[in-house]
Design a protein around this ligand. Structure first.
Ligand SMILES: [Zn+2]
Length: 436
């Protein structure tokens, strides 16, 4: 029996899916305008591990896991303008990097990866329903969700109205009836990406995207909704308000699961603080993806994780030991102690302690797999220094770009590798690389 902590009720409860044959999980995915950092990688690894556990408990085909891609957003538009390219150039590039980086950490792609730009009709339909129910209104080309129309607003974050009004950004928005109202749709200026709608040409607000995609791909009430702690307010609060208003008050999710931050020193790792480390940089420094994955799982997912060299070094030592124990054994049975630790609100630190104590190679390999670890052979683990496959993949990508006479892309890949300390040397026989 899996038990999960639910942010909504602030308690750990037995996880009983609505339909054990089709368990539904949605996790808010990346906004693709820059390279993911280790803090961004934490939810990807945590929910990948939860997905593995659910499949272990309920069956390989029991789970439908959706993670969206936000591919229309003001930050994307700003970065497209800065580079003088179409927004799709930015979003395709960084989505590809995201999948590569998460793949290196052993994160399997989700079952469904809906893209905001492909879901506009579903979003417009949801806005129409919200207007019809008296929960949204049009004003000056915008459509806003009326927060005072929802008596339960604040139910997830437990904020009261006074603090939300005080916290509402003091920006001049004369079209808002209430300071806490939030945007469902906004107008796009000439030359800016947009779609035709009953309210003129425009684009959706970020919160709406998740509610519309969940309804379309998973249903009105899902089993698990996940994301980082920073999404509780306002993003998840707004998702709840939209979905419940559109679905006659039905709950959006049975369980709200939130992971803690990755800290750098005393601060949260964040792009705006400029203290980020990316998986790509760490891989280029010679760390392996599995080491980074184990480091990310070394703290309980709800606790903050302090990212230090020691955490990474300890993860490497532990993996060396695990590979020595497991050798090249075929996976056997999963150890019940490891499984029980994970069943208890994904207690990965306890699961890792129990994993390290195992002595049977077949059991060690199967139990590690439940955490997404020991995915290579012991030979490969002890042989390779760097995560060479990631570098080789990018060299191959560059060769293909050159073949297509896309020299801009080829140069960009060379420059990116250089920035990560990898120097390429071209010769008539192909490209070799070395660390700078
Ligand atoms: Zn979301």
């Amino acid at each position: 029996m899996i038990r999960l902590y639910d942010t909504m009720t602030r308690e750990k409860r037995a996880f009983v899916p609505l339909n054990p044959q089709r368990i539904t999980m949605y996790v808010c995915g990346p906004t693709v305008y820059g390279r993911a950092h280790i803090g961004n990688a934490r939810p990807a690894v945590v929910f990948d591990t939860l997905a593995r556990l659910i499949r272990h408990e309920f069956g390989e085909h029991s789970l439908v896991y959706a993670r969206n891609v936000t591919d229309v957003d003001d930050k994307i538009l700003a970065s497209a303008e800065e580079e003088g390219v179409e927004p799709s150039v930015i979003t395709e590039r960084y989505e590809r990097f995201y999948l590569e980086d998460m793949g290196a950490l052993g994160v399997a792609p989700p079952d469904i990866a809906p893209h905001a730009t492909q879901e506009i009709p579903a979003m417009i339909a949801m806005i129409l329903a919200l207007i019809a129910h008296g929960n949204a209104y049009e004003a000056e080309g915008h459509v806003l969700f009326s927060v005072p129309s929802d008596p339960d607003y604040g139910v997830l974050s437990k904020r009261d109205r006074e603090s939300m009004v005080a916290g509402a950004r003091v920006e001049v928005a004369p079209y808002k009836r209430d300071p806490t109202d939030f945007v469902l749709w906004k107008p796009s200026a000439e030359g800016v990406i947009g779609w035709d709608s009953p309210w003129g040409r425009g684009r959706p607000g970020w919160h709406l995207e998740c509610s519309a995609m969940i309804e379309r791909h998973l249903g009105e009430t899902i089993d698990i909704h996940g994301g980082g702690l920073d999404l509780i307010f306002p993003h998840h609060e707004n998702e709840i308000a939209q979905s419940r208003a559109a679905h006659d008050g039905k709950p959006l999710a049975q369980f709200w699961v939130h992971n803690g931050f990755v800290d750098m020193g005393a601060e949260k790792m964040s792009k705006s603080l400029g203290n980020i480390i990316t998986p790509a940089e760490l891989l280029a420094q010679g760390h392996k993806g599995e080491t980074l994955r184990l480091a990310l799982l070394s703290a309980h997912y709800r606790q903050p994780l302090a990212w230090t060299e020691d955490v990474v070094a300890q993860a490497k030592t532990n993996l060396d030991r695990l590979y020595r124990v497991a050798g090249d054994a075929e996976p056997g049975k999963v150890d019940s102690g490891v499984a029980e630790a994970l069943q208890d609100d994904l207690n990965t630190p306890l699961a890792l302690t129990r994993l390290m104590a195992l002595e049977d190679p077949a059991v060690a390999r199967a139990s590690a797999a439940l955490l997404g670890l020991l995915e290579s052979s012991a030979d490969d683990w002890f042989k390779g220094g760097a995560d060479e496959s990631a570098i080789e993949a990018r060299i191959a990508e560059r060769a293909e770009a050159k073949q297509n006479r896309d020299f801009a892309t080829a140069d960009r890949i060379r420059d990116e590798l250089k920035a990560e300390g990898i120097v390429l040397e071209d010769s008539p026989n192909g490209t070799t690389w070395r660390r700078a």
